[in-house]
Design a binder for this molecule. Structure first.
Ligand SMILES: *Cc1c(COP(=O)(O)O)cnc(C)c1O
Length: 464
């Protein structure tokens, strides 16, 4: 019985001759259309074989219906999977949502780097090959006080490069309180292993003292003390870790490199915004650390990158390691990074860099926008209130720290369905659920996204 039904299926050629698919072949070429047609026919065949002949009435077997499905399928296939979304979570640096948004200046620089040839690796004065690594170097040195700097793909790459270059076959001392997982299964002990360094754990989970490092130091086989910033978790209570200056002094005394993985890598002080103090890159450099690593797209508010800053001789070694080629940054990233760093140098980061603009937003501005959303919602009969809530910085920085905000709390019978519908909107809207309400935090929603956001909410309430 099933085979009879299968025989009734139109052939690929019949389908390709329909007006709709002929038109699509004209637009996109044969490969895309045939691919989608094959997939659709395979799907129908599978349905026929699975459901059995008796229940085949519900199947789409008409030529026009099938070609319409194929056309839909083509539309899906030609749509980029990476798309802009509206972040209403209030998490400013959301790793799943692409971390830092870039400044206008950085976006223009990226556009320019993409549109014209550049002196990426060309020394204009000498008229010969130059190095891509000089472009961000002087800016980073001016901003942090470091002697030298180099930029790679991300902070994870920075760690692997530093450990592979400086500690392969040697011992690296690290406090037991810092053997962390950074995210996505990226763990310090495993990186250490990958880099060929031998991990030496010192101290305990909650308390590590300077003398713990000293006890395990063996200058003939130890080359490095690594400090990893507690960027995404907090140890509270009966705790101790030596300060970075103490570690730097210990390293100097014994001729051991001290490396500080800061992760979030801020250049600005977080305390004026009511947040806890996040260690800055400058502080570590001034404390005498030999090498500091940080992410470009966390609190720095730039593109994805791994910034390595420190002693000239060490940076020179890193630049000669074969891995640097595998970890290298492209011109678009360098352009965005330069532009971002320039904003800091001109003392304009708070007004120009979106991460800092969002951190610095005053509560009354947020309140006004939440009230505007509320008004729009009540016009369509949706019950929503403006409530006190908290935004977070996120992105592996300032764990447990919150920024007071005003959010719109939408009351609905099924918050799960509501947030799901928001996610399936074009553009998708990501929201949180709290106390059974759908929460929309204006802090992370761009002003130009207001209309799209409200349209999404309206569509859920009144689908037709
Ligand atoms: C985020 C983070 C990393 C990883 O940085 P990426 O730029 O995401 O590779 C490494 N170390 C610490 C302490 C971090 O917070």
């Amino acid at each position: 019985m099933n085979h009879e039904v299968l025989r009734k299926l139109p052939s690929i050629d019949t389908l390709l001759r329909t007006d709709l698919l002929t038109k699509l072949i004209g637009e996109h070429g044969k490969t895309v259309v045939i691919g989608a047609a094959r997939a659709e026919l395979d799907k129908i065949r599978r349905q026929i074989l699975q459901t059995g002949a008796m229940s085949n009435q519900g199947l789409v077997l008409h030529v026009d219906d099938i070609s319409q499905n194929i056309a839909n399928q083509i539309r899906v296939r030609l749509r980029p999977t990476l798309q802009p979304i509206i972040n209403a979570t209030g998490v400013i640096i959301h790793t799943n949502l692409g971390r830092a948004l870039l400044s206008r200046r950085a976006k223009i620089a990226m556009h320019e780097a993409a549109s014209a040839y550049s002196n990426l690796e060309y020394d204009l004065e000498a008229g010969r090959r130059g190095s891509r690594y000089i472009h961000a170097e002087s800016l980073l040195c001016q901003l942090t006080g470091a002697e030298s700097a180099v930029v790679v793909n991300n902070n994870a790459a920075a760690l692997v490069l530093c450990l592979s270059t400086l500690a392969k076959g040697h011992e690296v001392l690290i406090s037991r309180s810092q053997l962390v997982e950074i995210g996505g299964g990226f763990r310090i002990p495993e990186i250490m292993h990958q880099s060929g360094a031998k991990l030496v754990e010192v101290g305990s989970t909650n308390r590590t003292y300077l003398h713990d490092y000293e006890t395990h130091l063996n200058p003939s086989i130890s080359t490095l003390i690594l400090r990893v910033h507690h960027s995404n978790f907090k140890i509270i209570g009966f705790t101790h870790e030596p300060g970075i200056a103490e570690l730097a002094a210990l390293g100097k005394k014994h001729g051991i490199i001290v490396m500080d993985d800061l992760g979030s890598g801020t250049l600005l002080d977080t305390t004026p915004f009511g947040l806890a103090h996040e260690p800055t890159i400058q502080e570590s450099i001034h404390a005498g650390v030999d090498i500091v690593t940080a992410s470009g797209d966390k609190l720095l508010g730039g593109p994805q990158a791994g910034l390595i800053m420190g002693q000239k001789a060490i940076i020179a070694k890193l630049r000669k390691h074969p891995l640097i080629r595998a970890f290298r940054v492209d011109k678009i990233t360098l352009a965005a990074l330069q532009a971002t760093l320039l904003a800091y140098l001109e003392n304009k980061a708070i007004t120009e860099v979106p991460v800092w603009q969002m951190i610095a937003l005053d509560i009354e501005t947020i309140n006004l926008r939440a009230r505007y959303w509320q008004k729009q919602c009540s016009q369509i009969g949706l019950h929503a209130e403006v409530v006190d809530a908290y935004s977070t910085v996120g992105g592996g920085s300032l764990p447990g720290q919150q920024l007071p905000t005003k959010a719109l709390a939408i009351e609905t019978n099924s918050p799960d369905t509501f947030t799901k519908n928001l996610r399936l909107n074009t553009p998708p809207v990501i929201a949180c659920i709290e106390n059974n309400c759908v929460m929309l935090d204006p802090r992370t929603v761009l002003a130009e996204q207001d209309d799209d956001l409200l349209r999404a909410v309206r569509k859920i309430e009144h689908p037709y």
